[in-house]
Design a protein around this ligand. Structure first.
Ligand code: PRX
Length: 654
């Protein structure tokens, strides 16, 4: 099998055991305790998950924990639950009423603290606003917001009334909004005038207007005034958030919905040109995010937790909104960039708010390493007790820096492996129990039956590369690709019938730790974000000068992977630096800045098989090593490779 090799050498002998001080206070405090509970959870997963779900508030108890007819799972059937009630109301009525739920900081330095009591009022008001605007259970609501508390309020208000939110990352362009509106059929959009990013206003409402010029099925746009930038308001369609909430009561009854009631759709890249809508439902998703937060972040009432993700990604859904709030946590939320005004911003905030649990991505850690130790050195980070990593394999250099410089050598690091589809973390150390080796996400969470299989479906031996597979259903798993059950089945459940294939290559070491090697499909992981090669290719081809395009990922020291594009121009167009810049910007305009190719090569022809399939494998080898050594017998025109070779400076793995 061909897997994309990770770019670092695994020194598998370096082991960091949790300290006695940490372990003695942790929920799972030894490997023996982990192994015992893991064994039970695999032998009787329904018993384990039922016990976790019992810690949530159900308006009607379930009659059956799991109904499993592969690939369709129904968790907690018969049960009725309100996800928002679990994240907000149950804390707002008890001793956590005046506890900070969200400590928010805007990029310019403005601050707000929202208690659970206040959050309940805000969410109830917005739930009333949605209903006043005709939103009903199962209706789709598109949310396109900056990182402000109202983004979480909008999501929770949807959950409260049983509407299905579709959050679109604020960095995506109008086309992404149009695609998602078309696929989901949303008729209402929640947005803001703009958000702050690196000292500038990133306008959002104008992007929505651009999208709605091409899609006319949206009848209402509710706009939060965040930056005060000038925007157009269509009197018949658009309304201000502050005007809307002023007219409704701050009380709202949270009705229970079926456990399998849809909660949200979040679009993510796959191997085709259009992102797929990953559908998550209520009771199981909440159980998974609640339970993983509790055990993996070992979350306590006096913790100050901070996940630096954006709510536009699954990490923001599961580990900013649903998991931490279901646990009644206090969390920090930040609007802007890590380097605004300089690379000390995160550490300044850790010091100021006494952050105890900090969850970020390897790409951010690498940027901090590059910026220099003077930034973390200037702040007191002694409040931290636990660190987390997500989105891509963390290279040992980044792991060690994070451990020493940020964690002061005392904080365990949970390297959490999961996906938009898995809803919650599936493989991760438990901080008080698992010995960590830099670079591995270590061992499966309770109830998660993870294995690595070879192409024939046989379990791989230690050290052998294979495909990461989950053999049992888990509560927070994807339920479908929105509107396409068949694609759901063929994408995730057909490689090994009855088992979930994650799309990742992996291997286990002799201690059973899982080392994630990377994606096996045409999906890139750029700064921890998923982008499909086909999506970027289709954006390039939508430019009038482009006849054909091929996109591959190459190793990049900062981003993990960078985007390299090969473009064949239509007759009549000349290769030029200006056109190169124009094409890069075009991708930025069609998809968003994160998808802009880092390298763009003009290619008079692309290497193809005789049947016309582009051989991206050869392009990848060429970009990484400067030559092609693999099998080229199927290549239609070998001179194409020779031509390209002259243009390319190799980018070896860092
Ligand atoms: O390749 C894996 C990588 O990110 C992919 C999932 O991307 P997405 O759905 O956008 O979710 C990202 C946040 C959960 C996976 O298939 N990935 C994620 N976490 C890790 C990882 N690779 C290695 N180690 C991780 N901890």
């Amino acid at each position: 099998m061909s897997t994309q090799k990770s770019s670092f050498n695994h020194n598998q002998d370096v082991v960091h055991k949790p300290s006695k001080t940490f372990s003695s206070k942790a929920r799972i405090s030894s490997m023996a305790a982990y192994k015992k509970l893991y064994k039970q959870s695999i032998e009787q997963p329904e018993k384990f998950w039922a016990r976790e779900a019992e810690e949530l508030v159900w308006q009607k108890p379930w009659s059956k924990v799991l109904d499993w007819k592969a690939p369709n799972a129904k968790w907690f059937e018969g049960g009725k639950i309100n996800v928002c009630e679990n994240c907000v109301d149950r804390h707002a009525v008890g001793p956590r009423k005046n506890k900070a739920a969200i400590i928010w900081e805007g990029e310019p330095g403005d601050k707000r603290v929202i208690t659970y009591g206040q959050l309940q009022k805000d969410v109830c008001r917005f739930a009333n606003v949605l209903q006043k605007n005709g939103v009903k259970a199962k209706d789709r609501v598109l949310i396109y917001m900056p990182m402000v508390p109202e983004a979480a309020v909008a999501m929770l208000a949807c959950a409260r009334i049983g509407a299905v939110h579709n959050v679109v990352f604020g960095g995506f362009a109008a086309e992404a909004i149009v695609d998602r509106l078309q696929d989901s059929g949303a008729s209402i959009i929640i947005t803001a005038d703009g958000g702050w990013r690196r000292g500038k206003v990133v306008a959002l409402k104008p992007v929505v207007d651009e999208a709605l010029a091409r899609y006319d099925q949206v009848s209402r746009v509710i706009v939060l005034k965040r930056c005060g930038n000038e925007i157009a308001m269509d009197a018949a369609r658009d309304a201000w958030w502050h005007d809307e909430v002023a007219t409704v009561p701050s009380k709202h009854v949270a009705k229970g919905f079926d456990s399998e009631h849809p909660l949200f759709v979040l679009y993510t890249s796959g191997s085709t040109g259009k992102p797929k809508g990953i559908l998550h439902t209520s009771g199981g998703y909440l159980t998974g995010t609640y339970s993983t937060c509790k055990y993996i972040f070992d979350m306590r009432d006096d913790d100050v937790y901070w996940c630096t993700a954006d709510v536009g990604w699954i990490t923001g859904h599961s580990y900013i909104v649903y998991g931490p709030l279901a646990n009644g946590a206090t969390q920090v939320m930040y609007e802007g960039a890590p380097n605004a005004p300089d690379f000390g911003r995160f550490w300044k905030m850790v010091e100021e708010y006494g952050v105890t649990i900090f969850y970020t991505a390897p790409t951010a850690i690498r940027a901090f390493i590059k910026a220099g130790d003077q930034f973390p050195n200037a702040y007191d980070l002694s409040s931290l007790r636990l660190l987390g990593s997500v989105g891509e394999p963390i290279n040992p250099e980044a792991w060690n820096w994070y451990h020493q410089k940020i964690g002061g050598g005392r904080c365990p690091i949970v390297d959490t492996w999961w996906q938009t589809e898995t809803g919650a973390i599936l493989i991760s150390p438990l901080p008080g129990a698992t010995p960590c080796k830099p670079g591995t996400a270590t061992l499966p969470f309770f109830g998660v039956d993870a294995v690595i299989l070879d192409d024939a479906g046989k379990k791989c031996k230690a050290g052998q590369d294979g495909r990461l597979v989950i053999r049992k259903p888990w509560p927070s798993m994807i339920r479908s690709i929105y509107g396409d059950k068949e694609r759901y089945k063929s994408t995730y459940w057909s490689d090994y019938p009855g088992f979930y294939t994650a799309g990742d290559g992996a291997r286990r070491d002799k201690d059973g730790n899982f080392w994630i090697i990377g994606r096996l499909d045409d999906v890139l992981n750029v700064s921890g974000h998923r982008l499909g090669t086909a999506e970027i290719e289709s954006a390039l081809v939508s430019h009038p000068a482009v006849a054909e395009a091929a996109v591959i990922g190459r190793p990049d020291e900062m981003k993990g992977q960078a985007v390299a594009a090969f473009v064949t121009l239509k007759a009549g167009f000349e290769e030029s630096e200006a056109l190169c810049a124009e094409l890069r910007n075009h991708v930025g305009k069609v998809i968003g800045a994160i998808a802009k190719p880092d390298d763009l090569y003009f290619a008079p022809g692309l290497p193809k098989t005789r049947s016309g399939k582009i051989m991206r494998r050869l392009l990848k080898e060429l970009v990484c090593t400067g030559k092609v050594t693999g099998n080229v017998t199927t290549l239609e025109d070998p001179s194409i490779i020779e031509n390209l070779q002259r243009k390319i400076a190799p980018h070896p793995a860092p």
